[in-house]
Design a protein around this ligand. Structure first.
Ligand SMILES: [Zn+2]
Length: 117
């Protein structure tokens, strides 16, 4: 399950963000996961729950936004949603592999707080 490694990286970024802001808690972590990223949102949630206890992100909220992949058709200049890396444009039927979005996972936000403890 490569989500474990991805979550580890995401948490490291969150911890660093907290450190930079002088905060001692991570209260929420936002991720956007593209439908073609190969990342399983449920596996990310599972990893988050498994890794945060005992850290400054314990009890934090994980907010996952699932992003539909979009593909660009240069033939008719349209952007359409896709579930595959190669799709036919729904407007003109031209095959397109020009995926513009939905191929990766991003951290959208890290919320931190300083509870004084
Ligand atoms: Zn087209």
């Amino acid at each position: 399950m490569h989500e474990v490694g991805l979550m580890q990286n995401a948490l490291e970024i969150a911890f660093r963000a907290a450190g930079e802001k002088g905060a001692n808690r991570v209260t929420a972590l936002g991720l956007s996961i593209g439908s073609l990223s190969g990342v399983v949102p449920d596996a990310m949630r599972f990893s988050f729950d498994a890794m945060t206890p005992g850290t400054i992100a314990e009890g934090a909220e994980l907010r996952i936004e699932e992003i539909p992949a979009t593909c660009w058709c240069g033939q008719c200049s349209s952007l359409f949603e896709t579930d595959d890396i190669l799709t036919l444009c729904p407007c003109c039927g031209t095959p397109s592999a020009d995926v513009r979005d939905g191929r990766d996972m991003r951290i959208t936000f890290v919320e931190v707080s300083d509870d004084g403890g």
